[in-house]
Ligand binder design. Structure first.
Ligand code: ADP
Ligand code: MG
Length: 683
């Protein structure tokens, strides 16, 4: 028997390993099973090059639990080890690796999140003792047993072992009894070993017999040896891709598109990424991209490896070249990882372009489902943006789809304003903005539907990318002003008329929570609506952005500001003006002439104090000015009262306002029922 100490300087690294890695201790199973798979693959290679001449025979990896003995055993029929090899690979290398690892990460708890190849020594996280019983494939090799209880001391003895290969026997410790439960082990095997390239066997297949499940003679193979991503795309049908997807994500809808990744140089990477059809946010958290290393599951947190905007995709990435035993911050600066991320972005863009080119119809049908991914990508990744500008689609309110290029050609003639800007009209709600869409299309304009979650920032981005282009929501102004072809027609109102109409209309707008109205006048022609409501594009965008950007909450709290626009050309507006004049003139005339007088007085006083310093102005003049200003305010109030009182009794004004609110979906509840009653009354 050989005794010795393993190659570490730290007295006892195992308590440290246990403490550090406790939360992720389940990965020991992945490590032991993948070592068994490695040993199996090595022997197959040796056999294929003629270095091993014996029978390979059955090459399965078997996992067995012995509850009584308290052991979990992983057995393979791979290369095995000689005593000398144990000394070299286990005593020296594995443990020095362990020490180095701990040295490096003892102050960086974040690094230790279970994505690294801890290797053989991770078994000590769950075992009070570990035995290796192994016989090398080499002719006449002596079988040996190595055993270690977690202190740096180990024992090695010669044993009898009938078969070539290795048994790793873990004596599970008190705190980790869970790993003696078949259910728990099966779950872990299905998580980490599901796609390993060598059969992994755990227990027997079961069948339903006499009212219960019983074991059959058939071994239960946990894994799929050749998962879709390891196969050639030419050997796979659409059904293969879909069924692999459903295996990975039970309960998900069919994926929209997929991308088979396969590179050899300058890094190795294979995988399949799927564009999912997202039903709910829940799926996004549940179904994530899984990262594998040579078919061994590593993690489903792929931040840093996959570009952010593609984190919403699903599927598998398998690469031996992603450094797994490093912290996340390091990952982001690793040049291989950067290349991988760039590669994936390019592949995704290429694939989308390819589908667009070869099957435009399918692409359009799925556009609404993939749009979120693509817009997110275009907003967050410059390279992707460049590529996607060629296949990203715009959808109009008639459900037709266009590329940017196509759309520009379609609207350029009708929708270029007097300054040469192309105006992209859009709606965010086909129902609520119906009347505006209708008016714009009647004018020969086209209206886009931009109702996606990201469309507010997306529009901002497009305005930067598309030359001389502006996006204008269809209800943000009167039709003539949406795309200004020439200078606006002049509104012919006297100052007094303006004041009268402003008060008449403003006084009758029902109070609507968090909404402010400004009264404006436009000469829109006899055929346009008499009164309409618009919302400033700028303010609305600020509020839209505030909703998704925390730093801008200030805008979010402001009331919505709307414009109530009176069309001074319309017969009904003219009638309101005439009626106002007829009803109020008698009472307004004396107020107006007083106002004129006082205003003249104010002008005179202001004139007199021009170019004078404050202390040069006579006290009496200051007093007179203040009085005059108070009088003006008072007279105005009286005027307003006259107009409001008139408006209060004027159903036409109320009806015009309500109709405008109604076509904007803003007339609700009590105001709506009042409107209906008033309408009957007027009929
Ligand atoms: P790694 O797998 O990264 O090389 P490990 O710590 O997991 O590191 O294993 C250390 C070494 O121990 C392996 O490289 C291999 O030489 C040897 N080894 C471990 N398990 C087995 C096994 N089941 N059969 C043969 N050799 C093994
Ligand atoms: Mg290993």
């Amino acid at each position: 028997m050989q005794k010795g100490t393993i190659g570490v300087t730290t007295d006892n690294i195992f308590p440290v390993i246990k403490k550090f890695l406790y939360s992720d201790n389940e990965i020991f199973l992945r490590e032991v099973v993948s070592n068994a798979v490695d040993a199996t693959q090595k022997l197959k290679t040796l056999s294929s090059v003629g270095e091993f001449k014996g029978e390979l025979g059955e090459m399965d990896v078997r996992i067995a639990i012995d509850k009584e003995a308290g052991t979990l055993t992983v057995s393979d029929r791979g290369v095995g080890m000689t005593a000398e090899e144990i000394d070299r690979y286990i005593n020296q290398i594995a443990f020095s690796g362990a020490e180095e690892f701990l040295e490096k990460y003892k102050n960086d708890a974040n690094a230790i999140i279970g994505h690294f190849g801890l290797g053989f020594y991770s078994t000590f996280m769950v075992s009070k003792k570990v035995e290796i019983r192994t016989r090398s494939y080499k002719d006449g090799a002596q079988a040996v047993q190595w055993s270690c209880d977690g202190s740096p001391a180990y024992e090695m003895t010669e044993i009898d072992k009938a078969d070539r290969g290795t048994d790793i026997v873990l004596y599970i410790d008190e705190e980790n009894k869970e790993f003696l439960e078949p259910q728990r082990i099966e779950t872990l095997l299905r998580k980490y070993c599901r796609f390993l390239p060598v059969p992994v066997i755990f227990g027997k297949e079961q069948e339903w017999k006499d009212g219960k499940y019983v074991d059959t003679d058939k071994d239960k193979v946990i894994n799929d040896l050749t998962p879709a991503w390891t196969r050639k795309p030419t050997d796979l049908t659409d059904e293969d891709y879909k069924s692999f997807y459903h295996d990975m994500y039970p309960g998900a809808d069919d994926p929209l598109f997929w991308i088979h990744l396969n590179v050899d140089y300058p890094f190795k990477l294979t995988g399949i990424l799927y564009f999912p059809k997202i039903k709910s946010n829940l799926d996004l958290n549940r179904f994530k991209i899984q990262l594998y290393c040579n078919q061994v599951y590593v993690t489903d947190s792929v931040e840093g490896i996959v570009p952010d905007f593609l984190m919403l995709l699903q599927g598998v990435i398998d690469s031996p070249d992603i450094p797994l035993n490093v912290s996340r911050s390091y990952l982001q600066s690793d040049s291989n990882v950067k290349k991988i991320s760039t590669y994936i972005t390019k592949k995704v863009a290429d694939r989308l372009q390819e589908i667009f080119n070869s099957d435009r119809k399918q692409f359009e049908e799925k556009w609404n489902d993939v749009k979120l991914f693509i817009e997110y990508g275009m907003l967050s990744d410059e390279k992707f943006n460049e590529r996607a500008m060629k296949f990203a689609l715009l959808r109009n309110t008639e459900d037709k789809y266009f590329t940017f290029e196509e759309y520009k050609n379609i609207i350029a003639a009708e929708q270029t304003d007097k300054d040469g800007n192309i105006i992209y009209l859009y709606a965010t709600d086909k129902v609520a903005q119906y009347s505006y869409i209708e008016a714009a299309t009647a004018r020969g304009y086209d209206v886009l539907l931009m109702d996606g979650q990201l469309d507010a920032p997306y529009i901002g981005m497009l305005e930067q990318k598309l030359e001389k282009s502006r996006f204008v929501r269809v209800d943000s102004d009167i039709l003539d002003n949406l795309i200004r072809k020439d200078n606006a027609k002049e509104v012919k109102l006297t100052a007094q008329e303006r004041e009268a109409m402003t008060t008449v209309f403003k006084s009758q707008i029902p109070a609507i929570d968090k909404c402010d109205f400004m009264i404006m006048f436009e000469a829109m022609g006899e055929n346009a609506a008499p009164v309409m409501i618009t919302q400033s594009e700028y303010m609305r965008r600020m509020k839209d952005m505030a909703a998704i950007q925390p730093g801008m909450s200030f805008y979010g709290e402001l009331p919505d500001s709307f414009n109530l626009i009176v069309n001074t050309d319309h017969a009904l507006s003219k009638r309101v003006m005439a009626e106002t004049d007829a009803a109020c003139q008698e009472r307004i005339a004396p107020l107006a002439s007083q106002l004129n007088e006082v205003n003249a007085e104010i002008a005179r006083l202001n004139d007199a104090r021009k170019d004078k310093k404050d202390d040069e102005i006579p006290v009496a003049d200051k007093e007179a000015l203040r009085n005059a200003e108070n009088t003006v305010a008072d007279l105005r109030k009286q005027q307003d009262a006259v107009y409001s009182e008139f408006a209060q009794g004027n159903d036409l004004v109320k009806q015009l306002i309500d109709l405008a609110l109604l076509s904007n979906n803003m007339l609700r509840g009590e105001e709506l029922s009042k409107f209906v009653k008033r309408s009957f009354g007027m009929l």
